[in-house]
Design a protein around this ligand. Structure first.
Ligand SMILES: *[C@@H]1O[C@H](CO)[C@@H](O)[C@H](O)[C@H]1NC(C)=O
Length: 284
């Protein structure tokens, strides 16, 4: 009798594990690669044994600077077979720049993503003097690099594709070939694709140190002609006009925002507390 019970228990627990967790796709950030997400993948597998995790290993390291539209296309081709094989859909966790690659994929292509977790991603763009910027473009400053980024050559570089200079907003809208096209000027089809999501989770915090303003991780950004005043997501024109469906999702209770202090940019994906408090419960 005990043996039968045990067998039944083992059967049920293996069935539970094989059906209850959707596959997870993970996408790394800029100047980083798939291996940087190893500990994150382990945290998922430890918390939810049996989860199939795909850690996207394209556009690693220096290749992470390839323009965003190409990355979106390339990453989609890697995500598609995983999505096609998942009849109940997949979950997506995308870190930093990866969060914009993933949003590009979601908007431009059909998908079956259930939950999209954006982990410290500059969803509304970036405007900050950071070590990354100084390392890549030592001869420019925050205030003049738009002269390079908002050119055809500058648009070949990923960072240029989400550079959002609040003092040159009309140049941003007309010359940036990526972020405005999936945020401010997105066609109806992109909105329809976003509305297929069941859950969106934005995670970020004030001690990030790289995402600037840090509120960009929550879809807020500097007010035009200011580098201090913040327009929050719900006050943004693309929100009030519901251009990409954020308002619809939010009204349906499908957007969760976490503001977590004490986490520097390069620690989000390795911090077990962040994982336990803000991530794992969404990966069902
Ligand atoms: C991990 O995250 C918690 C908040 O959830 C924060 O207080 C702590 O400082 C973080 N630790 C590191 C090393 O980032």
């Amino acid at each position: 009798m005990l043996r039968i019970l045990l067998a039944v228990f083992v059967l049920f627990s293996s069935v539970r594990h094989s059906v209850s967790y959707r596959p997870v796709i993970v996408m790394h950030g800029v100047l980083a690669g798939a291996s940087d997400m190893d500990s994150f993948v382990s945290m998922i597998k430890t918390a939810h044994p049996g989860t199939e995790v795909t850690d996207i290993s394209d556009y690693n390291d220096a290749n992470s600077l390839v323009n965003m539209n190409d990355q979106v296309k390339g990453v989609y081709s890697k995500m598609k077979p995983v999505m096609d094989a998942a009849k109940d859909g997949v979950n997506l966790v995308c870190y930093s720049q990866g969060g914009l690659v993933c949003r590009g994929v979601l908007e431009k292509y059909g998908h079956n993503v259930h939950t999209f977790i954006s982990l410290s991603s500059p969803q509304a763009g970036q405007f900050g003097d950071t070590d990354y910027l100084n390392f890549l473009f030592p001869t420019f400053t925050r205030d003049n690099i738009y002269l390079f980024f908002y050119t055809d050559a500058g648009q070949e570089i990923s960072v240029g594709n989400y550079w959002n200079d609040p003092f040159h907003h009309s140049d941003y809208l007309s010359k940036n070939k990526f972020l405005p096209s999936i945020t401010n000027n997105a066609p109806q089809e992109y909105k329809d694709n976003i509305l297929k999501l069941q859950q969106v989770v934005f995670i970020g915090g004030p001690d990030d140190g790289v995402i600037t303003p840090w509120q960009s991780s929550h879809f807020g950004f500097y007010k035009e002609k200011s580098d201090s005043e913040i327009v929050t997501m719900t006050e943004q024109e693309y929100y009030t006009n519901d251009v990409i469906g954020l308002q619809t999702l939010n009204n349906a209770g499908k957007i969760k925002v976490y503001e977590i202090p004490g986490v520097e940019h390069t620690h989000w994906h390795t911090n077990q507390t962040v994982f336990n408090d803000a991530i794992i419960q969404w990966l069902d």
